[in-house]
Design a protein around this ligand. Structure first.
Ligand SMILES: *Cc1c(COP(=O)(O)O)cnc(C)c1O
Length: 228
């Protein structure tokens, strides 16, 4: 399928999910996750009108950046090794995976402008997932005050891999509650308005639960080996 066709379908699904809960589609930023696909396919996504691209590895991002440059707005969505920060920091608009102080320190040191970060939360507390435990998030964000080049724009999570709608909903709802708690602290360096949650199999539920950024790979640009 062409990206444009997938996009048409997904835009419809976004609209319907928004309607259900009295939101509007312009409240939801669509990030096309291009980690599985070629540079050509990523470019096709841009030509279809997509603005935001997400990559989860520094080498994947660099490969595409060399060709596509600053045409898209780049989101780094994968776990980030401290020593890789310098490779991507001047190319991305958002880092969705801030999860430790040592990483904040490096981002702060290397930043070329105020860096927009989201704190990754392991809501479902699965051992295989990165991110902070929910109870640790507020203290973590309070500890980020000294890092003047970091702005905490919101929270990110990956839901458990399940079709159980209630389990997904509970996960997204918990992230929203946590986001609201932090937003209500009115920290000047942590406006914390964004909720980055929802992927190919759960983005409609995520939107119903308040997502402001959804990260879609498979359903939008395809998975490895199924670009057409
Ligand atoms: C791969 C990935 C996605 C997209 O997953 P799909 O199921 O292909 O939509 C979203 N977020 C993160 C962090 C990812 O690594």
């Amino acid at each position: 399928m062409r990206v444009a066709e997938n996009l048409l379908h997904i835009s419809q699904q976004i609209s319907e999910a928004c309607q259900k809960v009295n939101r509007t589609p312009d409240e939801v930023k669509l990030i096309a996750v291009t980690k599985y696909v070629s540079i050509d396919r990523a470019n096709e996504a841009l030509e279809a009108g997509i603005i935001n691209l997400g990559e989860n590895r520094d080498d994947g991002l660099l490969n595409k950046w060399e060709v596509l440059g600053d045409k898209p707005i780049w989101h780094f969505i994968g776990s980030l090794q401290t020593r890789k920060v310098k490779n991507i920091i001047d190319k991305v608009e958002y880092i969705h995976s801030l999860d430790r102080i040592s990483l904040a320190e490096e981002i702060n040191k290397r930043a070329v402008k105020k860096m927009k970060c989201l704190v990754q939360v392991n809501v479902s507390q699965e051992e295989t997932k990165h991110g902070l435990a929910p109870h640790a998030v507020l203290d973590f964000i309070k500890d980020l005050r000294p890092y003047e080049n970091i702005s905490i724009e919101g929270l990110m999570t990956m839901a458990p891999f399940t079709d159980d709608e209630e389990q997904l909903r509970t996960c997204f709802r918990k992230l929203k509650e946590l986001r609201d708690e932090i937003k209500n602290c009115n920290l000047d360096y942590a406006p914390c308005k964004e909720l980055s949650m929802g992927m190919s199999n759960d983005f409609e539920i995520a939107i119903e639960e308040g997502a402001t950024m959804i990260r879609i790979g498979t359903a939008l640009v395809g998975a490895a080996g199924e670009e057409e």
